[in-house]
Design a protein around this ligand. Structure first.
Ligand SMILES: *[C@@H]1O[C@H](CO)[C@@H](O)[C@H](O)[C@H]1NC(C)=O
Ligand SMILES: *[C@@H]1O[C@H](CO)[C@@H](O)[C@H](O)[C@H]1NC(C)=O
Ligand SMILES: *[C@@H]1O[C@H](CO)[C@@H](O)[C@H](O)[C@H]1NC(C)=O
Ligand SMILES: *[C@@H]1O[C@H](CO)[C@@H](O)[C@H](O)[C@H]1NC(C)=O
Ligand SMILES: *[C@@H]1O[C@H](CO)[C@@H](O)[C@H](O)[C@H]1NC(C)=O
Ligand SMILES: *[C@@H]1O[C@H](CO)[C@@H](O)[C@H](O)[C@H]1NC(C)=O
Ligand SMILES: *[C@@H]1O[C@H](CO)[C@@H](O)[C@H](O)[C@H]1NC(C)=O
Length: 468
């Protein structure tokens, strides 16, 4: 049996590397990474972004007037995709071939810079994706940090089209990089618990709704970069959104996260998010009567999906964790029992989706508090991660009250600005033609035709009348 030892050792070694290997395990069917306006490909965290001027079939860029711009003084510490951009002077589109029908992540990268006397900060434009307005009157591109806009779009057609439309004839559009990737099949849940004033009920059919990803937050933990995420996402720390509360603390676990069938998968949310949390903990016989609260800005007129991630990395043993979940003041879950939800397994991930409407208050508020069933000398509240997504409005827009058709119509309106000139030109041509004709006619009448056609007809009919 001695000879088996090396094999066992190798097995143990390889099994201990499984969580790391599995970050690259997910291999999407559609996977486009485009470095716009660049002539060469560039690599970011082992991911290769191809140039949009390479003669490959997809994506197909149709732009009557576009050019590439390179930053002569690239920003220190920024990935190479941000030192070039493609600039569009008129409406232009990228067409991506879609082989895998279903939800796709669309990520657009914007980083303004100045080059060749063109300051990208002056850009103002709309962006459409397959009939959705994803950005409108977009301009506020900071010169300091890249802005990344991310959407989850269900694609049932053979192509995904991203259209850039300058707002006015004098403005322009630009983009630094584009990602179009098939999403993991279990990423977008079809139903959510809708919380509202009248009643709370489950709503279905959400998987085909468009979503804008606004926030991904790693509660109690550090920033997680695309390099460390199973689906190349970024998760930010929660400090900016956490309203500090007495009696809560951060916890961290280096143990294995036990993904289970029926819970979250690693593609839904990575180990790096589940292995940190904030908790409410009672160290004596009294249960803290307190809430941990996070807030996010929200706009009236849109529905939001709030996904909360839980993984009990803090309890000493299973079965003692009960807490209340509040969203916008609604009791979203009373006595939430994570132990039952995770099949009585510690360190096992689970998530729930809620849907709420943005209201006049302009804020989404999530609270976790101890409940009636909370147990002393135990953990009495826990949260590992938060995702906030905006659903499109009834006009198919994420950004204002114009539908894609209306945006396109206004854009055609821009070219219609030419009409007065065309009309004037036509008038000039017609008038000059008429004048010329008159002149010719005058000449004619003098030279060879004494009886104009109309006159001869008149004469004939007159004769006819006379005849009859
Ligand atoms: C862009 O802004 C103008 C006014 O600044 C507004 O009239 C127009 O509706 C906006 N367009 C969109 C698509 O929201
Ligand atoms: C990935 O995560 C590890 C720790 O989990 C960290 O040390 C490393 O810096 C991270 N890498 C990147 C590129 O974020
Ligand atoms: C329990 O501990 C908390 C602080 O951890 C303290 O505020 C509270 O007074 C203690 N209660 C009792 C009954 O000792
Ligand atoms: C926790 O938040 C909920 C909802 O906002 C509120 O009803 C409850 O009173 C809060 N509990 C404490 C102890 O502040
Ligand atoms: C707690 O329990 C009491 C009685 O057992 C019940 O009336 C109340 O609704 C429960 N929930 C909360 C949040 O107090
Ligand atoms: C989102 O946009 C799609 C396409 O325009 C539309 O069918 C759907 O009804 C919109 N969703 C809502 C909640 O209005
Ligand atoms: C869009 O319309 C809604 C309701 O008609 C209104 O409340 C909201 O202010 C409008 N938004 C914009 C950006 O005009």
């Amino acid at each position: 049996m001695e000879f088996l030892k090396p094999i066992v050792f190798v097995l143990i070694l390889s099994s201990s590397t499984i969580p790391i290997l599995s970050f690259s395990h997910f291999s999407p069917i559609d996977h486009y990474l485009i470095d716009c306006g660049s002539t060469l490909k560039s690599t970011v965290d082992h991911r290769i972004f191809l140039s949009d001027s390479s003669p490959s079939n997809s994506p197909f860029l149709s732009s009557p007037r576009s050019f590439s711009l390179t930053n002569q003084h690239p920003f220190e510490g920024l990935p190479p995709i941000y030192s070039s951009a493609r600039v569009f002077e008129v409406a232009s589109k990228y067409e991506f071939q879609i082989r895998d029908k279903g939800t796709h992540t669309v990520r657009l990268h914007f980083q303004a810079f100045t080059s060749s006397n063109l300051d990208l900060i002056r850009a103002q434009f709309h962006v459409l994706v397959n009939g959705y307005v994803i950005l409108s009157n977009f301009s506020g591109v900071s010169a300091v940090n890249p802005r990344i806009k991310e959407f989850l779009i269900w694609v049932g057609t053979e192509t995904l089209e991203i259209t850039f439309i300058p707002v006015k004839r004098s403005s322009f559009a630009f983009v630094n990089a584009i990602e179009v990737i098939s999403a993991p099949k279990d990423l977008v849940a079809d139903s959510a618990k809708h919380l509202s004033y009248e009643r709370s009920e489950d709503v279905d059919g959400l998987s085909k709704e468009g979503r804008e990803v606004l926030y991904r937050v790693n509660v109690g933990g550090p920033k997680v970069t695309p390099f460390n995420d199973s689906f190349w996402r970024t998760w930010v720390p929660d400090d900016e959104h956490f309203e500090s509360s007495e009696g809560s603390k951060k916890v961290y676990s280096s143990g294995r996260i036990k993904y289970q069938e029926g819970g979250a998968s690693r593609e839904v949310c990575p180990d790096n998010v589940y292995n940190s949390a904030r908790v409410i903990k009672s160290t004596n016989s009294s249960i803290p009567n307190t809430n941990m609260t996070w807030t996010f800005p929200a706009i009236d007129g849109y529905n939001y999906i709030i996904r909360l991630h839980f993984c009990d990395i803090a309890s000493i043993s299973i079965g003692f964790l009960f807490f209340n979940i509040y969203v916008n003041g609604y009791m979203a879950y009373e006595n939430f029992d994570l132990s039952t939800a995770t099949n009585w397994e510690l360190s096992s991930p689970f998530y729930v989706d809620f849907m709420v409407s943005g209201d006049q208050e302009g804020v989404l508020r999530i609270s976790i508090g101890s409940s009636n069933q909370s147990v002393p000398y135990a953990i009495d509240g826990l949260l590992n991660g938060i995702e906030i997504m905006k659903l499109n409005n009834s006009l198919g827009s994420f950004d204002g009250n114009l539908s894609a058709e209306m945006v396109l119509m206004r854009c055609r309106g821009n070219t219609v600005n030419l009409v007065p000139y065309v009309v004037i030109l036509c008038l000039i041509v017609t008038v000059s033609l008429m004048l010329r004709r008159k002149v010719i006619r005058r000449d004619d009448s003098f030279s060879w035709s004494k009886v104009p056609v109309v006159d001869s007809w008149k004469v004939k009919s007159n004769m006819g009348i006379v005849n009859s």
